[in-house]
Design a protein around this ligand. Sequence first.
Ligand code: GLP
Length: 246
Amino acid sequence: MYHVKVKVCKDPAEVGKLAADLFENLIAEKPAGVIGLATGSTPLPLYRELIAREKAGKIDFSRVHSANLDEYKGLAPDHPQSYRRFMQENLLDHISIKYENTIVPDGLCEDVDAMCEAYERQIEEWGGVDLQLLGIGHDGHIGFNEPCDHFPAKTHEVELTEMTRDANKRFFDSIDEVPTAAFTMGCGTVMAARKIVMVITGKDKADILNAAFYGPVTPEVPASILQFHPDVTLICDEAAYSKVGK
Ligand code: GLP
């Protein structure tokens, strides 16, 4: 078993700063590197930190490439709840990365297989993901890889569980507006990244952190596959770490 590097911080702001250090180091070593990005509330302190660090002259995103984990099926890029829009508003519009060097699965694609294949191919053509950021769902999902009987390999379409739709309804006017399906990188796509950083904050994630990193590796907890990756850093706050060893 590989050794997951675990850093426990006092609060989400410190989690953001430690995670930002990994991105700063990567981009210093590899100015045209490929970063994998995630949506959700947990990465927001990190994104604020990255914006501030570029303004302070510590990071230069102008040659960086980015690939996002996932997108809701049926939402246009400019839909207020689309993940493309989330990324533009919370990070990409505020740094010097070029729009054409950023990819998010196309929520409106007509040919799903072709879009998913092209997504994988683009990442490969860029040379693969150097540093992949991940959050975690309460059911252990990464991207939108929901608990199931296997670890999906590649970018694919997935039906969202009621738990995930319920957790994400806070961003929509009602649960009926939350899409029932999404496109996501597979667990295999994620595992192909050279380095992975997972951020987890809050007491409500304490049980799933414990299950994912200290329980058995099983597709019923998709994030548990990270235990088999050679270079994973888990950065969490004390609240999220509170069930480990208990
Ligand atoms: C969504 C995303 C995941 C994210 C998860 C947790 O379902 N598809 O990539 O990790 O939400 O989000 P939050 O950080 O808001 O708890």
